[in-house]
Design a protein around this ligand. Structure first.
Ligand SMILES: *Cc1c(COP(=O)(O)O)cnc(C)c1O
Length: 383
């Protein structure tokens, strides 16, 4: 089979060959359990996990003690939101159920967790973004109440690449003594983020979005944050997340973090040039085509393009030389229009006619040029 060119890096990334090399010994001779304290097998695994923890902490300017390893961003988000809300419920009798503020364009991992908590009595406010996908600090400030316990706003949107003003959001949360969680899954490895120099209290991320393996992630938890564990067991990860560590996965994610730190700036420059070339090539040659979301506050690798008047399903089918997507991989089993584009005010038709192109480490200029030609040819046929 002739594989299509991959333009879906926001759904997942291939494991970098150097990441795979780093992981292999931990499936082989170094198979030990990182919690085994009585022999060299365990010691070897623990040492490697400590190094990976340091690598991840270095990338995000965090303290290694703030890193909690999980099975991915979905678990990290569940732990952050449920853990904070549950812990807040223990603060004395007659306390109102905790209030959480989030945004209607968040990933389903956040929205569905909030929905679950609302079933348990939590009060949830969903901020509505402007048509460019952005919320403002003022909007957030106006929504804070006396029982607000957590603000959860993503750093970068997976569908549009739009970057929320997380620095300002953190400052508002800090001012009102409310915890701030950010789903930074799409930002990791694409832009600099400093946990130390931010007002972020909890940060979720996932290995497979930055050239690490699938099924491993982390939650950064600022020292002193009260968080109820969601999994009981051997009190691994300082009691925050019980369960034997996924040693090879963690080693791989650590290596991926180190590669990101080394290459992020040059890589982002190269990718933004290719993304802009792709976007300009499509927009210059087709009518009724526009970019969804802020172009100014956006990840370097993502463009979400609306082909007005074109049947989106047919478009995806005919774009068979490209691996692209509409909406997020997690919701693409459903046939609803993208909740992100709908929240930004797009009609169902325009949301259905939109396609996300996301580029990455292994995207080439030749692939971009071929993609432009292919899109122009296919859309030209459909109009
Ligand atoms: C991929 C993604 C997730 C879920 O990550 P998993 O590790 O696959 O659970 C959450 N949030 C965003 C923004 C994502 O892109």
């Amino acid at each position: 089979m002739n594989y299509p060119a991959y333009f879906d890096y926001n759904a997942t990334t291939p494991v970098d060959p150097l990441v795979l090399d780093a992981m292999l010994p931990y499936f082989g001779p170094h198979f030990g359990n990182a919690a085994s304290r009585t022999h060299v097998f365990g010691a070897k695994a623990e040492e490697a996990v400590d190094e990976a923890r340091q690598q991840l902490a270095d990338l995000l300017e965090a303290n290694p003690k703030e890193v909690v390893f999980t099975s991915g961003a979905t678990e990290s988000i569940n732990l952050a939101l449920k853990g904070v809300w549950e812990a807040s419920q223990y603060r004395g009798p007659n306390r109102q159920p905790g209030h959480i503020i989030t945004v209607s364009t968040e990933h389903k991992a956040v929205l569905d967790t909030c929905e679950h908590l609302s079933q348990l009595g939590a009060e949830i406010t969903y901020l509505q973004p402007a048509s460019d996908g952005l919320i403002t600090a003022n909007q957030l400030e106006a929504a804070i109440k006396s029982n607000t316990v957590l603000v959860s706003v993503m750093a970068a949107n997976n569908e549009t690449g739009v970057l929320q003003p997380i620095q300002e959001i953190g400052e508002i949360a800090y001012k009102y003594n409310v915890l701030f969680h950010t789903d930074a899954t799409q930002a990791i490895g694409k832009m600099s983020l400093s946990f130390a120099n931010s007002a972020i209290d909890l940060l979720s991320l996932s290995g497979h979005k930055f050239y690490g393996p699938k099924g491993v992630g982390a939650l950064l938890v600022r020292n002193g944050v009260r968080l109820s564990a969601q999994q009981d067991g051997g009190r691994h990860e300082r009691g925050r997340r019980s369960g034997t560590l996924n040693v090879p996965g963690i080693i791989g994610m650590g290596e991926a973090a180190q590669l990101a730190q080394r290459h992020m700036l040059t890589e982002a420059k190269r990718i933004v040039t290719l993304r802009d070339q792709l976007e300009a090539g499509i927009l210059a040659n087709l009518a009724n085509v526009s970019v969804n979301g802020s172009k100014q506050h956006r990840l370097p690798n993502t463009t979400n393009i609306c082909f007005a008047g074109v049947d989106g399903e047919l478009l995806l089918l005919l774009l068979n030389e490209l691996a692209v997507s509409n909406g997020s991989a997690c919701t693409s089993a459903s046939t609803d229009p993208s909740h992100v584009l709908s929240a930004m005010g797009l009609s169902d038709d325009l949301a259905y006619s939109s396609v996300r192109f996301s580029l990455g480490r292994f995207t080439t200029e030749a692939e971009v040029e071929a993609a432009i030609r292919h899109v122009i040819a296919v859309v030209g046929k459909l109009c």
